[in-house]
Design a protein around this ligand. Structure first.
Ligand code: G16
Length: 543
């Protein structure tokens, strides 16, 4: 079991996206592909000699094999200790919590998040730093730079570690410790929420469905909702993690969580529905006949988080990604705390959380979280909603109606054009970028452009600047449309069009968002020439 250096060559395209490196599984399985990237992570963070790392993933196809490779490489690179979730399983928020609570030097999380899994689907790997959060832009750039110059990697040849046996094992001088993936995370949740009140809620007949989408959250949700809170067996649906997520698309939105939506909009619907994604960091909230958009969810949670014990002292501030609706901004303003606008990607919240500037963060892409970890956290959001429902005694629909009456409603929708020809998508963005200056004053149907720019972010904590973070067109109506290319896809390009219009008049708060936004949808197509350039007559996914 002596470490050996294996010669290799740089492999093109190992540039991490919004959240780590995501590729087709077969690409990750190509000779040296995973090894090159893992060695580049190790080199990019200044080596792992003597370091202690957390390793785990969402259980998708190739998860366990990749973990064995990572462990053999960590040992060969001199790491001292690796904590691995039993069976190779760790949800992204649970991994973030372990890194923090064990004071590890960082962690490797194997996931392509909400993307489908399987040999013909997607795989991914990301590195999280000692704060438990996704690597910063600077670290990511160093990792990418290494992938372009790598000439060897280090590995030990050894028998695979038994990932099923809790406790310590030895691998070429490195300790591998297999840990319960759920226990510490569940204990953390108990410190934040009023578990007695939640037990009372379920004991009183409150009915809920949690769709784990055959992904990593199943064991976490079963332990917390059914075992600890006493929700009836069967509350958690699709609770067994499968390598191909049951051939589903583990993305918690009304399109992919259709069974749950049908249940919540059908007769005899339960009181509350929720879902989480492949790696457990996203969430969807739906009441009886009442879908809550992620942006609205962030606003409501910000408004009412103080009802949960962990947030009883109020919030320091809140942050949202730029394309997320501004609903939360008005809550922050009313409550008198700061609201930060960051680029898309949880990594941009890390400094604000570490600095104590914000307590809650959220994104339109179904991510909400707080300073309890440094990732978004699906089950956490569900428990905070449950805590609010228990404390107020109101239904989801009532809470939404109250919220809109008080703050107005930001009609919001995201239109995704998936797997678009990459050149066409980039040409659309380049062309629009070139025309931004001439747009103000121009009218598109009843809408007139007031301002148009490209979002850039200056991190107030470390002074770093992130440019090219989305094209924004504001209208004199107060609405806006944002154009951005996704950084998480694995095929062609995905164009995201984010549409938003605030309404405050009490009689217009109950419309269908697509109808409320119809003028803006038409304007977006006219401004960017979406259908002309992509050849698509409409979006693939509307959320
Ligand atoms: C990742 C990031 C999120 C981001 C999302 C969408 O989520 O962690 O911060 O909002 O991607 O990114 P894009 O619009 O570039 O596809 P996840 O859940 O996929 O890890």
């Amino acid at each position: 079991m002596t470490p050996k250096a294996v010669s290799t060559q740089p492999i093109d395209g190992q540039k991490p996206g919004t959240s780590g490196l995501r590729k087709k599984t077969r690409v990750f399985m190509e000779p040296n592909y995973l090894e090159n990237y893992v060695q580049s992570i190790f080199d990019g963070i200044g080596g792992v000699r003597g370091k202690r790392l957390v390793v785990g993933g969402d259980g998708r196809y190739f998860n366990a094999e990749a973990i064995q490779t990572i462990l053999q490489m960590a040992a060969a690179n001199g790491a001292a200790h690796c904590w691995v979730g039993q069976g190779g399983i760790l949800s992204t928020p649970a991994a973030s919590h372990l890194i923090r609570s064990l004071e590890a030097d960082g962690g490797l999380i194997l996931s392509a998040s909400h993307n489908p899994g399987g040999i013909d689907e997607d795989f991914g790997l990301k590195y999280n730093g000692p704060n438990g959060g996704p690597a910063s832009e600077t670290v990511t750039a160093r990792i990418f730079a290494r992938t372009r110059e790598i000439d060897s990697y280090h590995v030990v040849e050894a028998e695979p570690v038994d990932l099923s046996a809790l406790g310590r094992q030895e691998l070429a001088g490195m300790t591998v410790e297999i840990v319960d993936p759920v226990a510490d995370y569940a204990a953390l949740m108990e410190t934040l929420f009023d578990f007695d009140a939640l037990r009372g809620l379920f004991a009183g007949g409150f009915r809920m469905r949690f769709d784990a989408m055959h992904a990593v959250t199943g064991p976490y949700a079963t332990e917390i909702l059914e075992n600890r809170l006493g929700a009836p067996e069967g509350t958690v649906m699709n609770g067994t993690p499968l390598p191909d997520f049951g051939r589903g698309h583990p993305d918690p939105n009304p399109i992919w969580a259709r069974d749950l939506m049908n249940c919540m909009y059908g007769s005899g619907a339960p009181d509350f529905g929720a879902a989480s994604d492949g790696d457990g960091d996203r969430n969807m909230i739906v009441g009886r006949k009442c879908y809550v958009s992620p942006s609205d969810s962030l606003a409501v949670l910000t408004d009412l988080a103080h009802l949960a014990p962990g947030y009883a002292d109020g919030l320091a501030g809140v942050a949202r990604s730029m394309p997320t609706s501004t609903a939360v901004d008005r809550v922050a303003k009313a409550k008198g705390f700061a609201c930060f606008e960051t680029p898309t990607g949880w990594k941009f919240f890390g400094n604000l959380l570490d600095n104590g500037d914000v307590t809650l963060c959220g994104e339109e892409s179904a991510g909400t979280g707080s300073n309890h970890v440094r990732e978004k956290d699906g089950l956490w959001a569900v428990l905070l909603w449950l805590n609010i429902l228990a404390a107020t005694g109101k239904s989801v629909a009532e809470l939404m109606r109250d919220h809109w009456q008080r703050y107005g409603r930001n009609y919001y929708s995201r239109h995704d054009y998936e797997a678009v020809d990459s050149e066409a998508a980039h040409a659309l963005m380049d062309d629009l970028r070139g025309r931004l200056a001439e747009l103000p004053g121009k009218s598109f149907g009843p809408l007139t452009v007031s301002e148009a720019d490209e979002f850039a972010y200056d991190d107030p904590v470390d002074g770093s600047r992130a440019e090219g973070q989305g094209l924004r067109i504001h209208f004199t109506s107060g609405g806006r449309v944002v154009f951005r290319l996704s950084g998480t896809g694995t095929q062609g390009a995905t164009l995201r069009v984010y549409l938003e219009q605030l309404e405050t008049a009490p009689d217009v708060l109950d419309q269908d968002p697509q109808a409320a936004l119809s003028d803006m949808i038409a304007a977006a197509d006219e401004i960017a020439g979406i259908s002309r350039r992509t050849g698509r007559s409409g979006p693939d996914v509307v959320t």
